[in-house]
Design a protein around this ligand. Structure first.
Ligand code: ADP
Ligand code: NI
Length: 218
């Protein structure tokens, strides 16, 4: 099957799989990540565009956050789909590794798999966690989980392991300090770093304004 057709089929499959998804992890999140991944690939000549597109499109299929913590489901669903599409086995293996290794989960995990394509998709996914869209997604997720917006008595925890990160019920504003403000220093590619710096600054301005309003000084 030709690669363009497989990408088209993947888009249709992902849209259908994500019907009814939480607003920050829906098809439009995937579409933004896919577009940013293509943009970054243009400045990373070593990366294979087809693998990057498949990885970006499939990276949040059956996200463990929404499937009782099961981290094996997403890679399995993606593999079966790609087998059905008759994608080359080495590309399927690579996409599966990308899906297994992309997530932040507190940032303290030792990831063993590395590739140019994973670096790109991880940057594209992280960019969507930053800036105006990052802010919108974060409060949507907090609302979805019925979390407080902010509670000055509950301080951010910067040393959460994977389990604590996954089980955290802290106010949504803490997520900025526990994850989002750390991302700009974790970017892999030059293009990713440049875009992240700009989006990071926007979040810093937002947080300053938030605290000023909270304290009645603006
Ligand atoms: P993970 O951090 O587990 O890899 P994702 O990368 O899927 O999770 O997170 C994507 C987005 O979902 C985050 O950038 C944020 O907007 C939202 N999100 C995830 N966890 C939280 C949380 N604890 N509080 C608020 N938003 C969250
Ligand atoms: Ni994602």
């Amino acid at each position: 099957m030709n690669q363009n057709l497989i990408v088209t089929n993947t888009i249709a499959f992902v849209k259908q799989q994500l019907t009814g998804a939480e607003g920050g992890h829906d098809w439009f999140h995937i579409e933004r990540v896919w577009k940013n991944a293509k943009l970054i690939t243009a400045t990373e000549p070593g990366a294979d565009l087809f693998t990057t597109e498949l990885g970006a499109l499939l990276h949040d299929i059956a996200d463990s956050k929404f499937h009782a913590g099961d981290e094996t489901l997403g890679p399995r669903v993606a593999r079966q789909f790609l087998v059905d599409q008759q994608v080359l086995p080495e590309i399927i293996d690579h996409v599966e590794q990308i899906i297994r290794n992309i997530s932040f989960k507190g940032g303290h995990e030792q990831h063993l798999f590395k590739s140019a394509e994973l670096d790109i998709i991880q940057d594209a996914d992280r960019l969507d966690a930053l800036g105006a869209i990052g802010i919108a997604r974060t409060f949507n997720y907090g609302g979805f989980k019925n979390r407080a917006i902010y509670d000055p008595a509950i301080a951010p925890d910067l040393n959460m392991g994977k389990a604590a990160y996954k089980n955290s019920t802290a106010p949504t504003l803490n997520h900025f300090y526990e994850k989002l403000l750390l991302l700009k220093d974790l970017m892999n590619t030059a293009t990713g770093k440049k875009l992240a710096a700009q989006r990071h600054e926007f979040m810093v301005v937002f947080l300053d304004q938030f605290h000023a309003e909270w304290n009645g000084s603006k």
